[in-house]
Design a binder for this molecule. Sequence first.
Ligand code: SAH
Ligand code: SF4
Length: 375
Amino acid sequence: MSEKTNLLGLDAAALERFFAELGEKPFRARQVLRWIHRGGASSFAEMSDIAKSLRARLEETAVIEAPRVVSDTVAADATRKFLLDVGNANAIETVFIPEDDRGTLCISTQAGCGMECRFCSTGRQGFNRNLTTAEIIGQLWLAARALRGAVARLPRAGDAAGEPCEDRPVSNVVLMGMGEPLLNFDNVVPALRLMLDDNAYGLSRRRVTVSTSGIVPLIDRLRDECPVALAVSLHAPTDALRDRIMPINRKYPLAELLAACRRYLDRAPRDFITFEYVMLAGVNDGPGHADELVRLLADVPSKVNLIPFNPFPDSGFERSPREAIRVFSERLNAAGLVTTTRKTRGDDIDAACGQLAGRIKDRTRRVQRLTRMAT
Ligand code: SAH
Ligand code: SF4
């Protein structure tokens, strides 16, 4: 029995190939793309401008399938978190953060993560597997469907009467959920292409951000194949400290990482790199660290985003006091580095990096351990 193709995971080029194999014209790909991603269609039956006979063939050979939603929780501040089942006891999470002028969706790219950053609960879980393109873009597809109607629809170029369309509460996407996006390059790039495609989500390159722990050769590859906004998880201003809290630094130390950032800027849709910096009390949050950071970033056009550490059990770290974060931020700003501090959102529903999915996975592992002991 041949497996049905999940059309959710095919970008425009792959969908054209799919229709070519069925002996159909390339414009079918565009039509179906619009139904699935702009219209949120989950069945072929609703694709009213496609001949019945073709719809019947699609039923036989293809599906439109996103991960199953395990829970959908809204925090007091309207942050909304989706927990999704991707099989084999793996859960991933997607978080929607509404703000006055934008709606940001934070999506995951791997189940777990193998980078072992010391301050990260996803890192603590270890790597389970890469998500497929369908599972990555499926998070945006699910969120767009769930949020439809929540925000007034903005008119878009190319809209025509009678075409499938949808409300667009998601204006920005950040690949800052679970996982290291660049280590799942081949599945992430088609998902990025769908985000950018006018027949799908039509987001501008500036509104799609890949966040990486700093895999140097893959930063170059992203620049060549699909440049979008780039955020780099820096978290320390020296190799000695970064080696300790982010093992990847031993492979790609700061000088190499910053050189890759400069190369990236040649093709980047924005003229700066965002550097994320998690504020860990007594570890990387002193005035001396701020001064070192200023020196380090002197010749890379940058914005710095300070992230108050989100604690999790047995992390061994504490969040920097509010005052320390303020002083650190002012020191950077005074030296000319544009610095913002990330608001902690969705605290009451554990919407911070990796928290809830981590708990589910841990429970599964415990069950597995107990089962092994018992047999
Ligand atoms: N793996 C990618 C993207 C996902 S992590 C990366 O590391 O960039 C998204 C951001 O959350 C990263 O900057 C990461 O360092 C940060 N982060 C991880 N654990 C955190 C925690 N416990 N508190 C605050 N930020 C955290
Ligand atoms: Fe992975 Fe990012 Fe967490 Fe590091 S911070 S372990 S790269 S998810």
